[in-house]
Design a protein around this ligand. Structure first.
Ligand code: SAM
Length: 246
């Protein structure tokens, strides 16, 4: 049932089979100058990896843990986390929210709820998936650390797909993640490995800024979509406290 590497970028609306029984309806626009209005392969691979690896929160645990997605675009990664029972905030530039993200989250929240209701035991109250959209511009947040109050960290999961493509944005993007994370956060960044220089810079900047970083083994990814997609797992290192002098 896995999504194949078929070309879907030209379709204004398509169905994405997240599980054998849950298909998301994804709206995209390929006639804009904006990268965020189409679904990139990195987000498809990430969505499958999340469904395969994240423990679903059910019953009393439902919605008790938080996830934030950066550069959501059409929103596949964040929607997969909502289907896993997380309280998710999907973020991007306002233009992307207005064009595609807002609609995708509204529409698919309903689809996810129907799916949860169909899978629930008789008599179990099904809750609405928790997914909301908010604008988060990495450059603005980098320059205004006090904006952290708008985002209510830390998060159990921080996810992002295809946000590593410009050398200039890597430090800015990673700094945003650093502010949103705690040492307990699991950070998953999927990317399409197009340029060694960009990927090497991402890894070295992550280490310099205080993350541990490792590549998720490729055998754990559904790469029929695109063999060049990688997922990197980051952890924020604990900062050793300096002993206070008496
Ligand atoms: C290649 S797209 C990936 C979109 C989506 N995650 C996917 O994989 O389909 C890169 C995303 O990063 C977002 N982005 C770029 N610069 C940004 C910035 N300064 N602040 C927030 N988001 C930004 C774009 O709007 C776009 O949604």
């Amino acid at each position: 049932m896995e999504d194949s590497a078929q070309e879907i970028k030209h379709l204004p609306v398509f169905s994405f089979p997240l599980t054998p029984t849950l298909s998301l309806t994804m709206t995209q626009q390929n006639n804009t100058q904006n990268h965020g209005t189409t679904v990139w392969d990195s987000s498809r691979v990430l969505a499958y990896y999340l469904m395969d690896s994240v423990k679903r929160l059910v019953n009393d645990d439902f919605g008790t843990k938080k996830c934030i997605e950066l550069g959501s675009g059409c929103g596949l990664g964040g929607l997969a986390m909502a289907a896993c029972g997380y309280d998710v905030v999907l973020t991007d530039l306002q233009e992307v929210i207005d064009r595609v993200l807002g609609e995708n989250v509204r529409r698919n929240q309903w689809e996810i709820r129907q799916w949860m209701a169909e899978g629930a035991s008789v008599g179990v109250q099904v809750q609405d998936p928790k997914a909301r959209v908010t604008a988060l511009d990495w450059i603005d947040f980098y320059n205004h650390p006090e904006r952290i109050n708008d985002f209510d960290p830390p998060y159990s999961y921080i996810v992002a797909a295809d946000c590593i493509y410009s050398m200039d944005l890597i430090e800015i993007f990673l700094t945003c993640i650093y502010r949103l994370a705690s040492p307990l956060s699991t950070i998953l960044v999927s990317l399409e490995h197009r340029d060694d220089l960009v990927v090497n810079h991402f890894v070295s900047e992550a280490k310099r800024l205080g993350f541990e970083i490792k590549l998720v083994p490729k055998k754990l990814l559904r790469l029929s979509v695109n063999e060049d997609v990688e997922i990197w797992k980051l952890k924020k290192k604990r900062v050793k406290s300096t002993p206070v002098k008496a």
